[in-house]
Write a protein that binds this ligand. Structure first.
Ligand code: KG4
Length: 346
C-alpha cells in the first residue's frame, strides 16, 4: 500500500552501477527513504573486480534491487518524479546496465532522466538526511578529501553542484594502494577494510615506508606501493613466514603512511585556501585510522569537520538520488541519447 505523500514532494529514484555494487535508492527531497545495495561476491576469488562478471551481475540484480528499494520506501513507481543514474566515471559495461535501466524506466513512466557524476555524488553523500536522524551538514565553501578505490582528490566545494578539484593523485588512488598492498599480503579483495582491522592490533611505527615528494596539492601512491612490494620481497628471501608473522605491524605501518600522505596535503590545502570547513568522502573514508586522524587535526586546527555515515561512504544509490534531486530542481535533465563515460573530471 503506497503512503500518502504531498504532491509538492519530489521523489527521486537513484541508480548506481559504476563498479561492483548494484544499488537503488529512493529519496523524498533530501531525505532518504530506502537504499538497497547488492554487492558482488564473485570478484573475491579473482583479487579484483572482473568487468565482464560485474556487468552480468548488475543485469541480474538491477530489477530486484529497484523493486526492493521502492517497497522499502513504501511508494509505487508511479510516484517517482525523476530517475537519476550514474553516467560515469566507472566500468563501461557496468554503467551501461544502470544507464539502460534508467532510460527504460524514465521512458515508461514519462518522467525526466537525470545523469549524475559518481565523484560529485560521493561528496554530496555528506548531505543525505535520514528521517529520524538529523545531523549537521557542511556550510559552503568547504574542502573535501575524496578518497576511493579509483580517486584521491582534494575538492573545493562552492555549492552542491559547483566543485573544483584543487589536488589529485597523479598515479594510483589511496584505495588502490590499500588494495594492492593487501593483495601482496594475501588478503582478499578489497583489502582496505582488512588492513584497517589488522592495523588496530599492530605497531604503526615498526616499519618506515616511502612518502612521495610531489609539488603542490597533488598526491602519488605508486612509489609507496612499489616500496612496500620490494620490502616484502627482500624480507621473504630471509624468512618465508615474514608476512604472516608481521601482518598487523605491516598493516599499521602502511596505513599510517597512507594517512600521513593524505593528511599532509589536506592540511596544506586548508591553509592555502584559508578554509576551516573540512570533510571526507569516498570508500576510504570508512577507514578508522583516517577518521581518527581527521578528528585529531580538526580538534587541533579548529576545523568544522564533516564525516559521512559509514554506509554512505561506499558506493550507494542514495548519494546518486540526492545529486539527482539537486539537478532536478535546476531542471538539469538528460536525453535518451546519453552514453556512459569511463573517466571524467568533476
Ligand atoms: O568509494 P568506493 O566504494 O568505490 C569506488 O568508487 O572506488 O571505494 C572502494 C575503496 C576500496 O579501495 C576499498 O579497499 C576502500 O574503498 N575501503 C577502505 C576501507 N573500506 C573501504 N580502505 C581502507 N579502510 C577501510 N576501512
Amino acid at each position: 500500500m503506497a503512503a500518502n505523500y504531498s504532491e509538492k514532494e519530489i521523489f527521486i529514484l537513484g541508480i548506481e552501477s559504476s563498479c561492483d555494487d548494484t544499488s537503488a535508492a529512493v529519496i523524498r527531497n533530501e531525505t532518504i527513504l530506502s537504499n538497497v545495495v547488492a554487492g558482488q561476491k564473485v570478484h573475491e576469488a579473482y583479487g579484483g573486480v572482473v568487468p565482464e562478471l560485474a556487468s552480468r551481475a548488475h543485469q541480474q540484480n538491477i530489477i530486484p534491487v529497484v523493486d526492493l528499494a521502492l517497497k522499502q520506501a513504501g511508494i509505487t513507481a508511479g510516484l517517482i518524479s525523476a530517475v537519476a543514474f550514474t553516467r560515469g566515471p566507472g566500468l563501461l559495461g557496468s554503467l551501461l546496465v544502470g544507464t539502460s535501466f534508467a532510460k527504460g524506466f524514465a521512458l515508461a513512466k514519462g518522467i525526466p532522466l537525470v545523469e549524475v557524476n559518481h565523484l560529485q555524488a560521493h561528496v554530496l553523500a555528506l548531505f543525505i538526511r535520514e528521517p529520524e536522524n538529523e545531523h549537521p551538514v557542511p556550510d559552503f565553501p568547504f574542502l573535501c578529501l575524496l578518497v576511493s578505490g579509483g580517486n584521491s582528490q582534494i575538492v573545493l566545494v562552492r555549492d552542491h553542484l559547483d566543485m573544483e578539484i584543487i589536488g589529485q593523485t597523479i598515479d594510483d588512488a589511496a584505495g588502490e594502494a590499500f588494495d594492492k598492498c593487501a593483495k601482496v599480503m594475501g588478503m582478499p579483495y578489497p583489502g582496505g577494510p582488512f588492513i584497517d582491522r589488522l592495523a588496530r592490533e599492530g605497531n604503526p611505527d615498526r616499519f618506515i615506508f616511502t612518502k612521495p615528494r610531489i609539488k603542490g596539492l597533488d598526491y602519488s601512491f605508486s612509489g609507496l606501493k612499489t616500496n612496500f612490494l620490494y620490502f616484502l620481497r627482500d624480507q621473504l628471501k630471509g624468512n618465508s613466514g615474514f608476512i604472516e608473522e608481521n601482518k598487523a605491524d605491516l598493516s599499521a605501518s602502511l596505513q599510517k603512511t597512507i594517512i600521513e600522505i593524505l593528511m599532509g596535503k589536506l592540511i596544506r590545502a586548508t591553509r592555502l585556501m584559508n578554509i576551516g570547513n573540512v570533510a571526507v568522502a569516498g570508500g576510504v573514508s570508512a577507514n578508522s585510522g583516517l577518521r581518527d586522524a581527521m578528528r585529531k587535526e580538526a580538534h587541533k586546527r579548529k576545523w568544522n569537520l564533516f564525516i559521512p555515515k559509514f554506509e554512505y561512504t561506499m558506493d550507494n544509490a542514495a548519494m546518486i538520488a540526492l545529486a539527482g534531486y539537486y539537478k532536478f530542481r535546476k531542471g538539469d535533465f538528460t536525453g535518451q541519447d546519453a552514453v556512459p563515460f569511463a573517466r571524467t573530471q568533476l
